[in-house]
Design a binder for this molecule. Structure first.
Ligand code: TNX
Length: 656
């Protein structure tokens, strides 16, 4: 169906994927070495241009049924790596499939010659990650874009902006640093690295002092205390910008905002420009903006984790939660228990843990050693990310119990199966050797991870757990509830963390099953966000990670070919964006709502293409809502910005 003509010109069309959206967004790329003087673009196929449709960024020349001829608004030479973007709104109907866009196209040049155009099937915003890499490397020809710029391409969008925007005119670095603040040069280089990685764009955004970039960037410390630790203010004039912040996080956030505006203006000058007047005053709504990665079920290299951390920082997230163990494997060794690194870390054919979740016959897994963790920690510190390490107890213990059979009670008859299908997979709190092991495991975490918060799991321990354990049965017969048995592990670990000055993070389940000191405990709420304010009323700090909105492993849709889980329903992009943290909470409890968290569970991530399909672009929707005030919610605006950002792990510099 698709026009596969071999051609340097490529037409990409995108529909944003909302049921009520009857507009298509087009980009015509010149991927070849020769400039093309465009006269008209001729498309035909699965849509037609009704008289009332609105064409933006192009002129309507002719339409007959599904044959549409458009022209640039003014004379245009589309040079190598340049792009012409335009859109059509108010079509008669929304598209329903990838064939409902152009299927064939060609260009007529101003000398009358026709040039073939390769046409990509119509993509939904969800599918953008699957498009061939066609991102332009240079800003479009000035003629194309001069009058178009409307907004700034920043995610999360700043909370308060009064900026006026103009097209970017300079091809090289845009800002030259002028500051006494120590460390700013290094920070600018770091943000430039992020810009290169995430912006498909060549050349730095920031120039060192004395360089010839056209705009001065004056960075000042000791600003308005209302900006807090992470906020910043940018004050724009035509040839100069002032960045005010109170410390490194604020400075980094300000530089990232500037870099994103430049990338947007370079990539798509029709939509995005650079502020030339006004101010951006930007303070995050939540102090905790977390991203979880299940490294237990899926193994990620340290470089991959660092790339993801970089993306998190680029989106102004500040907590990276590593789920280090589960039934399927452990990713950290435990001092004194070599079996964890040797056995619990691996699965494969003929190994004690069989191949699972698509990992095949070859041994799959591994642990992060001290050097890996130090490297990760050092990197995250530079980019303002705190690592939250998790060892999940007492459930999800199949790998540990396989590696350490001495942690099973000899006469335990099992008799219960976890929701993920592992029989008798919970560490038994009635055995003294269990607490010894758990203590050693958390001591290892305390030694390796300096961050204030440590996660101890506590999820999914069903009511039948330990029903085959004679010791547990005896305890239950003498009046203990099953749930309370968990407390025999959770509470000592909580005490150990407190003695070491750490805060305990638990999945919400554990709060109901153990006595935890609210002032030292953070509950990560995944199942019942509506009732989470009751935990707040008891004094717990709460972080919301609702499965039906922020679990990035849930399927986007029920399409046959979609990937991802379904237990929390399907999670289309808009659902992630529109979840309202704190909705229905009594106002006096809101101070305990300290943040939000997105989770990348590992059941479907073994194939990195699934990772791309599931994580992008929902991670952007989450990051925007983690930062902005509820009144600034703007889904349409978000959709128009999200295309500037990368959509694959590959783009982050990770091979698949
Ligand atoms: C529930 S959320 C789990 C995980 C799964 C996830 C899959 C939570 C605390 N437990 O063990 O990986 O669902 O979406």
């Amino acid at each position: 169906m698709t026009n596969q003509a071999s051609s340097d010109l490529r037409l990409v069309s995108v529909w944003h994927g909302d049921d009520t959206d009857r507009s298509l967004h087009f980009s015509l790329y010149n991927t070849g070495p020769v400039p093309v003087a465009l006269s008209t673009l001729h498309m035909n196929g699965g849509f037609w241009l009704p008289p009332a449709a609105m064409v933006r960024g192009a002129r309507r020349e002719y339409a007959l049924s599904n044959y549409t001829v458009l022209a640039p608004e003014s004379a245009m030479i589309l040079g190598p790596d340049e792009v012409w973007t335009f859109s059509i709104a108010d079509l008669n109907a929304r598209p329903f499939r990838s064939g409902d866009g152009p299927l064939a196209a060609y260009v007529v040049a101003d000398d009358g010659a026709t040039h073939p155009v390769a046409v990509q099937p119509l993509a939904r915003s969800l599918d953008v990650g699957r498009l061939d890499a066609v991102a332009p490397r240079r800003r479009p020809d000035g003629k194309v874009t001069r009058d178009g710029a409307q907004t700034i391409a920043v995610i999360p969008f700043p909370n308060l902006t009064t900026v006026s925007v103009a097209p970017l005119s300079e091809p090289g670095p845009v800002f030259v640093l002028q500051t006494e603040v120590p460390g700013m040069d290094a920070l600018a280089i770091r943000v430039d690295d992020m810009a290169a990685r995430f912006g498909h764009t060549e050349g730095p955004v920031f120039a060192p002092p004395g360089d010839t970039a056209s705009r001065n960037l004056v960075v000042r410390k000791g600003a308005d205390p209302r900006l807090g630790k992470e906020g910043y203010r940018l004050t724009f004039a035509a040839d100069n910008v002032i960045l005010d912040a109170c410390g490194p996080d604020g400075f980094r956030h300000g530089l990232i905002t500037l870099a994103q505006t430049v990338i947007g203006a370079r990539l798509d000058g029709l939509r995005y420009g650079l502020p030339v007047g006004g101010t951006i005053t930007d303070v995050p709504r939540f102090g905790w903006r977390g991203l979880h990665l299940d490294v237990a079920r899926t193994f990620y290299t340290v470089d991959e984790i660092m790339a993801l951390a970089d993306l998190a920082a680029w989106l102004k997230l500040n907590v990276l939660h590593l789920h280090l163990n589960d039934d399927e494997g452990w990713r950290i060794g435990v001092d004194g228990y070599p079996e964890i690194a040797a056995v619990a870390a691996w699965r494969g054919h003929d190994l004690p843990i069989p191949p699972l979740l698509g990992s095949g016959a070859a041994p799959y897994g591994g642990v992060y050693d001290d050097h890996d963790i130090d490297r990760l920690h050092a990197y995250c510190t530079i980019i303002g990310i705190t690592i939250l390490p998790e060892i999940d107890i007492p459930g999800h213990g199949h790998a540990a119990l396989t590696a350490l059979p001495r942690l099973r009670e000899p006469d335990d008859t099992g008799g219960y199966t976890s929701i993920q299908g592992f029989e008798a997979n919970a560490l038994n709190p009635m055995l003294p050797q269990t607490l010894e092991f758990v203590t050693a495991a958390f001591k290892t975490l305390l030694d390796r991870f300096p961050g204030r918060a440590v996660h101890i799991g506590g999820d999914e321990v069903g009511p039948a757990t330990w029903s085959g354990s004679p010791l547990a049965r005896a305890a239950i017969a003498s009046g203990h509830a099953t749930g309370s048995l968990q407390a025999r592990l959770i509470e000592p670990v909580h005490d150990m963390l407190r003695l070491n000055g750490r805060r305990t993070v638990v999945w919400e389940d554990a709060v109901h099953n153990a006595h935890l000191d609210p002032k030292d405990t953070i509950a990560l709420v995944w199942q019942h966000p509506d009732q989470a304010h009751e935990l707040a009323a008891r004094g717990f700090d709460v972080v919301l990670t609702p499965g039906n909105a922020y679990y990035l492993d849930m399927a986007h849709s029920n399409d046959w070919n979609s990937t991802g889980g379904h237990w929390a329903g399907t999670v289309p992009l808009e659902k992630t964006y529109s979840f309202e943290p704190g909705h229905g909470w009594p106002a006096d409890r809101l101070p305990h709502l300290i943040g939000v968290h997105a989770c990348i569970w590992g059941e479907y991530m073994h194939d990195r293409r699934n990772f791309d399909d599931l994580v992008f672009p929902r991670i952007y929707a989450f990051a925007e809502r983690a930062w902005i005030e509820p009144a600034n919610r703007d889904y349409d605006g978000f959709l128009s910005r999200v295309f500037v950002f990368p959509t694959t792990l590959r783009t982050l510099g990770c091979a698949d």
